[in-house]
Design a protein around this ligand. Sequence first.
Ligand code: FAD
Length: 519
Amino acid sequence: MPVTRWGDPAHAAPLPDGVRDLVGLVFSLGDTPAKADVAVPAPALAADLLDGLRAVVGADNVVLDDTARRQRTRGKSTPDLLRQRSGDLSDAPDVVVRPGDHDDVQAVLDYAAEHRIAVVPFGGGTSVTGGLIADRDGFAGVLSLDLGRMRSLLSLDPISATATLGPGLRGPEAEALLGEHGLMLGHLPQSFEFATIGGFAATRSSGQASAGYGRFDSMVVGLRAATPKGEVRLGGTSPSNACGPDLRELFLGSEGAFGVITEVTVRVRPVPEVKQYEGWQWPSFEAGADAMRTLAQGDLLPTVLRLSDENETAINLARPDAIGGEGAGGCLMIVGYEGTPSATAAKKAAVTEVLTGLGGTPLGAEPGTAWAAGRFNAPYLRDSLLDVGVLVETLETVTFWSNRERLYGAVKSALEGALGEGTMVLCHVSHVYATGCSLYFTVASAGGEQPLERWLVAKKAANDAIVASGASITHHHAVGTDHRDWLAPEIGDLGVDVLRAVKRELDPTGILNPGVLIP
Ligand SMILES: Cc1cc2nc3c(=O)[nH]c(=O)nc-3n(C[C@H](O)[C@H](O)[C@H](O)COP(=O)(O)OP(=O)(O)OC[C@H]3O[C@@H](n4cnc5c(N)ncnc54)[C@H](O)[C@@H]3O)c2cc1C
């Protein structure tokens, strides 16, 4: 991936003229191209330490070149991209180290702990919360630990329906390996094409089919991790047990601060024979959300369930080619069914009866098929908008159903208040539970002279509004460095002390992702 944009450069495209004109009606446009050749600061790690690392993992796996270090600088949030676009690569690691297996990872950690080198585990580099920005104060240097060589299917237990995967496998690679056995994982975040199995576990990721298949942490049966204090293996003996608190949970969402996840055992399922997606229209966001709640509380969740608010429906974000087209109005819901023909038919009949009874209007397969075809495209649109000076970013939160409306209003007004007139705030619900749902906001506003500064003010206002509304600071993007200051209100000061105590025990010299997750 290029450092200033998302994804495959071949997919990058300027806005079509018609869309550019439309966008220009709302925002003042300009040309704000990224700096072409961004210089990376010279590596700061001493030569003898580099030699030491070469002795641990082999010279070929200790990489110093500018391109490799540039590509492992920060993640893919809009602030990350804006910093990179302006030529700021000050967070570049000094060296990229590529371990081949668990023992390599352990040896690198032992060496780094002995020589006080900060270690940033790197999966796909798609973090959107500053999870790859280490605080280098007090360290001999920063090492990006790229898990990209650890990408195999390590074992498969088809009887128990579990598979053990390497942490560096990207979403499509993991699905392809499982697909050879007629199996799949079903974890499809929008970053699916580039994010990795280890990253999903380390951030408690949630995918577009979470209604049917669950969030990633619910798929994890067991894991293995290397820590500066040695190996941890969890969940290897049983699907569940009563052996005290579940320590797997300590590593799920630990964002590289407690250890490096080197193996993940996940629950797998047969590849679905049928995949059907369709659209429903609702008179309001509230009516659609109530319908989602009814399905969730009635144990009737389809595989995919998402609902756009009026603004998102109107500009039809899921279909940039159809902005302003027919069908806009009300709120669009996408409902997807995957599984065997008989199971999907039965689920569809039951869901259709409920949605019709609640006042939904069926729109047929077309909106669902269009959503499925474009489901990974929105990040490319963000780049095209950044290119013409429009500030675009997303944020997410989660709360109980009874608090949904209040939270929605509070975050919207915080963003509009901070960014001023002409700001567009769109929202959708794409992860639901019997007890509540997440809200995912997309914000577009004129970038102005200082888009990064504008966004940081808006993001703080949104975070404060989330906390004041009694909601959670993140449903699936994780804490990183961007949400760290809002963690204490979430888990309490004693909760933070517990995290610090765990870190002290597993990582006594504090080399793992310093500054990430723990305030
Ligand atoms: C365009 C876009 C769309 C996105 N859509 C979604 C979405 O739909 N759902 C969702 O949940 N998230 C989404 N994200 C966020 C991101 O993709 C997830 O957080 C993802 O899980 C990160 O995986 P990764 O492999 O890229 O991890 P990285 O970005 O490389 O790392 C993330 C964090 O985990 C740590 N880490 C990585 N690997 C390991 C390991 N093996 N052991 C220990 N620590 C590790 C890193 O140090 C870092 O702190 C999106 C991001 C982008 C840019």
